[in-house]
Design a protein around this ligand. Structure first.
Ligand SMILES: Cc1cc2nc3c(=O)[nH]c(=O)nc-3n(C[C@H](O)[C@H](O)[C@H](O)COP(=O)(O)OP(=O)(O)OC[C@H]3O[C@@H](n4cnc5c(N)ncnc54)[C@H](O)[C@@H]3O)c2cc1C
Ligand code: SF4
Length: 476
């Protein structure tokens, strides 16, 4: 702890975002960076608490106070080493993690100004790349074991990275043309520039991880063939089944799942050409986003960049409390109203609205009938919904369904191996993340349900630990 009084004298300072009028015109990252001196001062605010709640709340167990101190002392290389001892990809989480750590920072409890942990994390990672501390390891001693990782999202990548560094030969199979999962095709470029993903993949390639793109395992190659070629397999296929809204008019033109638009937009930014009739554009349209979460917010930001006439986001749940929520006291992650940078770019947000039907003309959506609902809690804290009968039609010529994801796709490899599933349809595993098949492990959203990048990384890392132990055990 470099400066024991810094938290008393230095205020939290965020790098902030590019001006709305400017950022709405492009898909460049919206968040800015602080100069190195300000960053050092921000790191100095960490009090190195006896019980570091930030460490407790971070799914990968980052040792935040260690690297804040190292940044304060200008020891950026050591800070990067400390950070990557627990997190394979701080350049991703430093940009898009909801910073569970900051919510549980003691300075959040006491003065409402937590340490800028997430931004400091991104700064360490960027400094490491720009100063050349990130050098691929090429002298890895090989074990002779071969592992297949299915899916190249953060869970698959973290698992592949850890196993490769432990000496196993790793091949990552990915059905898409790009690796990175939702980091690459899903999360908008304005939150995470795709060069950042490619930069990390290049390090992994140089370290010996093999990536096979355009291979849908279970369809293009059967799992029995994969199992014939590899000693162990990690299934990290994400949670790709979106929650649907099976109401009248669902098949009208102009009603899409959120990811249909978001993935197409990532491809367009990367230079792909999309035929006019296949292009999902919000230009000049009244856009209705159904679902109040992060995916919905990404649809809002994307629609505004397309030049939408108006963007409305509706949510069936009540509006969360502003600021604090007694149901989720510190150090828990507060369930409070979240206003993203995309919301600030222009959006009408409404709550307590259920979708009754999609209305259309000549096969195209023109509006959505919604009904007001009210929520009440029973004695067990369970919420239940009642309809009020107050209905209205919201004008919409583009509707984006962003109501979350229910479980991984079952057709294909999950069905072929008859992997056991939990009550929600996720791939069921035991403590070591071993599935019902003796050589197949699972990680990430496919295993625990749709969640966060940092949780996927944590899950990929722990699956790698289990696979490593399994392979060592087999050799005895
Ligand atoms: C729009 C959107 C925005 C989000 N924003 C954030 C955010 O800001 N911060 C955050 O922390 N989290 C965010 N999330 C959540 C986060 O992206 C996910 O929790 C995380 O990516 C899950 O990682 P994963 O590796 O388990 O799966 P995924 O990232 O979904 O990756 C799974 C990969 O497996 C591949 N695959 C699937 N089946 C097969 C097969 N049979 N053969 C070969 N490959 C296959 C897929 O193509 C995909 O590349 C967001 C999610 C969405 C949808
Ligand atoms: S990964 Fe997320 S929770 Fe962990 S230290 Fe970084 S910002 Fe905080």
């Amino acid at each position: 702890m470099g400066n024991p009084k810094a938290f008393l004298t230095i205020d939290r300072k965020e790098a902030g975002y590019r001006p709305v009028d400017e950022r709405k015109c492009d898909f460049g990252e919206v968040e800015q960076t602080l100069n190195p001196e300000d960053r050092r001062l921000q790191a100095s605010r960490c009090m190195d608490c006896g019980v570091p709640f930030c460490h407790w709340s971070c799914p990968v167990g980052n040792k935040q106070s260690d690297w804040q101190d190292l940044v304060y002392k200008g020891k950026w290389r050591e800070a990067y080493l400390s950070l990557t001892a627990t997190n394979d990809f701080p350049e991703f989480t430093g940009r898009i993690c909801p910073a569970l750590c900051e919510k549980s920072c003691v300075l959040n409890l006491t003065i409402g100004q937590p340490v800028t942990i997430r931004e400091n994390e991104a700064a360490i990672a960027e400094r490491a790349f720009s100063e050349g501390y990130v050098v691929p390891k090429t002298n890895i001693k090989r074990s002779g074991n071969k592992v297949a990782v299915i899916g190249s999202g953060p869970a698959g990548l973290a698992c592949a990275n850890q196993l490769n560094l432990k000496g196993h030969e790793v091949t990552v199979f990915e059905k898409n043309e790009y690796c990175g999962g939702l980091l690459r095709l899903g999360i908008p470029d304005f939150k995470l520039n795709k060069n950042i993903v490619e930069r990390r993949l290049n390090v992994m390639r140089a370290e010996g991880v093999e990536f096979k793109n355009g291979v849908n395992v279970g369809k293009d190659i059967k799992m029995k063939d994969i199992l014939g070629q590899f000693d162990a397999v990690c299934v990290a296929i994400g949670s790709e089944t979106p929650r649907n809204l099976n109401v009248e008019g669902r098949d009208l033109q102009g009603v899409h799942f959120a990811l249909e638009m978001l993935q197409q937009q990532n491809r367009v930014v990367a230079g792909a050409t999309v035929k006019d009739k296949e292009r999902i554009s919000a230009k000049g349209k009244h856009v209705l986003v159904i679902g109040g979460g992060d995916t919905g917010s990404d649809c809002v930001g994307t629609s505004n960049r397309h030049g939408a006439a108006k963007v409305t986001q509706i949510e069936i749940m009540p509006k969360p409390p502003v600021g604090t929520n007694p149901d989720t006291p510190w150090p828990m992650f507060p369930m409070v109203l979240k206003t993203s940078s995309s919301h600030k770019e222009g959006c009408d947000r409404r709550w307590n609205l259920d979708t009754v039907r999609f209305i259309g003309e000549n096969g195209k959506v023109t509006g959505v009938e919604v009904e007001e609902v009210v929520w009440s809690k029973d004695e067990n804290g369970r919420m239940s919904l009642a309809r009020t009968g107050n209905k209205e039609v919201i004008k919409a010529d583009l509707v984006l369904l962003a109501m979350g994801f229910v479980h991984p796709v079952h057709e294909g490899l999950v069905a072929e191996l008859e992997l056991e599933k939990d009550g929600r349809g996720n791939i069921m595993t035991g403590e070591s993340q071993l599935t019902s098949h003796s050589r197949v492990f699972a990680a990430g959203d496919a295993n625990v349900g749709a969640s966060l990048v940092v949780r996927a990384i944590a899950s990929g890392r722990s699956a790698a630990e289990s696979i490593d132990s399994f392979l060592k055990e087999r050799k005895k």
